[in-house]
Design a protein around this ligand. Structure first.
Ligand code: GLU
Ligand code: ZN
Length: 272
């Protein structure tokens, strides 16, 4: 089977070194396996997404010396998100939640790895659906009705998908047609991604994505969650410390291919 990887940035700001590392990693692994490398712009966060950031991303990737095929941005795929949400709903996997952030903050807390878990107060309630409602996964129900799920991670081996840390996670946001989890999982399937590569900061998300694949009968790709690069060797990564964006570096006349090779020196971890 041909290897298909992707880089899926959100155009909410300019790219930094960590993004460059991720893009190079996805690109190189596809290239080394004679596969394909795709770019997908994850732009459903309407108010925060701006087309000029996406335009800048393409220039950054070119500057790094990469070639890619671009697939449709998430904003072009909204119908597929609502279809999937409808299917999940019809099967009883989702429930409406009208709670505000403030209400959730005032409820008794369950704390999971991904932050404070929602305690399920809207579950089974008759909701006044005239106002905005999010759709949450009914995790107890889903877990009771399914088998044990795993995914194959080329760095971490076989991993058991356990989404309990997330609680009843939101799959359709009040203000958006999907959450990151639902949109990215559907898109990876639609784009024929066979190897999802991303930073290990997103490792816990994969527990949820694996369950979404099961509930929607989607193909299950392999994964590699790569280490996050540290601010060493003068590469200056951190946004908070005001390190330059790829755009800054590009516009200052730095050679993107030299930077790409420096970043490639860091790709010496299991799985590569
Ligand atoms: N749009 C997500 C981000 O920029 C992509 C995460 C992923 O690769 O799944 O963090
Ligand atoms: Zn609620």
């Amino acid at each position: 089977m041909e290897t298909v990887t992707r880089f899926a940035p959100s155009p909410n700001g300019y790219l930094h070194l960590g993004h460059a590392f991720s893009a190079l990693f996805a690109h190189d692994i596809a290239q080394s396996r004679e596969g394909r490398f795709l770019l997908r712009i994850e732009d459903i966060d309407g108010p925060r997404s701006r087309p000029e950031f996406a335009a800048s991303f393409r220039r950054d990737l070119e500057w790094l010396g990469l070639e890619w095929d671009e697939v449709p941005a998430q904003s072009k795929r909204l119908a597929s998100y609502s279809d999937a949400a409808t299917r999940l709903r019809e099967r009883g996997h989702l429930y409406e939640c009208t709670c505000t952030r403030a209400e959730i903050a005032s409820l008794p807390k369950r704390v999971g790895e991904d932050g404070v878990q929602y305690p399920g107060s809207c579950k089974g309630q008759a909701i006044d659906s005239s106002g905005p409602a999010a759709l949450r996964l009914d995790l107890d129900k889903v877990l009771a009705s399914s088998r044990k799920l795993t995914w194959e991670d080329e760095r971490f081996g076989q991993v058991v998908a356990d989404p309990r840390e997330f609680g009843d996670i939101v799959l359709v946001r009040k203000d958006l047609p999907a959450s990151y989890h639902l949109a990215a999982t559907l898109d990876d399937a639609a784009d024929g991604i066979t190897l999802v590569t991303r930073g290990e900061d997103l490792f816990t998300s994969t527990h949820v994505h694996r369950w979404i694949q099961e509930l929607l009968e989607l193909p299950v790709p392999k994964y590699i969650h790569h280490p996050l690069i540290n601010d060493v060797d003068g590469l200056k990564l951190s946004k908070s410390r005001g390190s330059p964006t790829l755009k800054d570096r590009r516009e200052s006349g730095e050679d993107g291919r030299v930077l790409a090779d420096q970043l490639r020196q860091r790709m010496t971890f299991a799985g590569t």
